[in-house]
Design a protein around this ligand. Structure first.
Ligand SMILES: *[C@@H]1O[C@H](CO)[C@@H](O)[C@H](O)[C@H]1NC(C)=O
Ligand SMILES: *[C@@H]1O[C@H](CO)[C@@H](O)[C@H](O)[C@H]1NC(C)=O
Ligand SMILES: *[C@@H]1O[C@H](CO)[C@@H](O)[C@H](O)[C@H]1NC(C)=O
Ligand SMILES: *[C@@H]1O[C@H](CO)[C@@H](O)[C@H](O)[C@H]1NC(C)=O
Ligand SMILES: *[C@@H]1O[C@H](CO)[C@@H](O)[C@H](O)[C@H]1NC(C)=O
Ligand SMILES: *[C@@H]1O[C@H](CO)[C@@H](O)[C@H](O)[C@H]1NC(C)=O
Ligand SMILES: *[C@@H]1O[C@H](CO)[C@@H](O)[C@H](O)[C@H]1NC(C)=O
Length: 241
């Protein structure tokens, strides 16, 4: 009997340890990030890996299952690098580390965050490519990577996004044209070394017969179309100049 009780106690202890370790895997990932960052204002001092979970940590938000959904220390004067461990935060929706001094590359493991809605890394000093793995993120809608030193091409696979800003980097190659790329304005891309796509012809304007006399209506419509086309086609050239 005594032996049975001690076996039970041992099992309970073992289970507790297993749950604790599993429960804090996300804390460990955030702690790896913290260890790779310099934090002059000590904002991340309560990111303590011995806590049962990271849900009370500075600028961390969890869902009701104590799984991390937001990382929010933007504008926090952090330097250092992002870590591949971030790819483990399977419920992460918002990764907001903008306006810091973060260097190095965007880990391709970010492409494992299938619930990610927003990736805001603008105003840092990131280098390297925009990982093509971001194209796997079907829920990603906000991608703001402007004002970094990113190089290489814009991945064609980024088609679900509806707010994009990659301006002020050193990106090159063609701006993709399919998916939501057709909706983005040149301001999202300016200050790179990108090739702008040929612009889709504007929808044919309705010939206005009211303004011209009956005999000249066809000529008037053609002149009107040409004039409108000149304005529409030259506008992008002015913007890009
Ligand atoms: C940076 O993060 C990695 C995990 O990605 C970890 O192995 C390493 O120890 C961290 N660096 C420091 C200085 O803690
Ligand atoms: C981050 O924490 C600071 C201090 O508590 C707070 O002022 C700020 O609103 C937080 N940011 C977000 C996005 O939660
Ligand atoms: C950020 O850090 C720099 C240098 O470490 C310091 O000069 C500046 O005052 C800091 N800014 C804030 C908002 O803490
Ligand atoms: C930015 O980070 C670099 C190291 O990567 C450091 O030398 C520099 O002082 C940091 N600047 C600020 C303003 O924190
Ligand atoms: C996360 O992404 C990396 C690189 O994109 C991949 O090699 C790895 O298998 C992924 N891990 C998981 C757990 O999906
Ligand atoms: C982003 O970079 C551009 C070009 O260097 C600069 O004019 C702009 O002020 C920067 N944006 C911010 C918010 O610093
Ligand atoms: C977008 O276009 C590129 C090349 O033109 C192609 O490889 C890619 O599959 C297209 N993506 C979608 C979603 O149509």
């Amino acid at each position: 009997m005594e032996r049975l009780i001690s076996v039970c106690l041992w099992l309970i202890l073992a289970l507790h340890l297993v749950l604790r370790v599993a429960g804090n895997a996300e804390g460990d990932a955030l702690n790896a990030l913290k260890n790779n960052l310099t934090d002059p204002n000590n904002l991340l001092q309560d990111w303590d890996p011995t806590d049962t979970n990271p849900c009370q940590w500075y600028n961390i938000t969890c869902n009701s299952e104590n799984s991390v959904t937001r990382i929010d220390p933007g504008n926090a004067n952090l330097s250092g690098k992002l870590v591949p461990d971030l790819g483990m935060l399977s419920n992460l929706q918002y990764l907001e580390l903008y306006s810091n001094n973060i260097s190095g590359e965007i880990p391709e493991e970010i492409g494992n965050l299938t619930n990610l809605v927003s990736l805001d890394l603008y105003l840092n000093v990131l280098t390297g490519h925009i990982p093509a793995t971001l194209g796997n993120l079907r829920k990603l809608r906000f991608l703001r990577l402007n004002n970094n030193s990113l190089t290489g091409q814009i991945p064609m696979a980024l088609t679900t996004i509806d707010t994009l800003d990659v301006s002020n980097n050193q990106l090159e190659g063609d701006i993709p044209v399919n998916g939501s790329f057709s909706l983005f304005q040149p301001i999202s891309f300016r200050n790179n070394r990108l090739n702008y796509p040929p612009f889709a012809p504007p929808p044919p304007p309705m010939p206005s017969t009211a303004s011209t006399s009956s005999g000249n209506s066809a000529v008037g419509a053609i002149v009107g179309v040409v004039a409108v086309s000149v304005v529409l086609f030259s506008a992008p050239a002015i913007i890009f100049a």
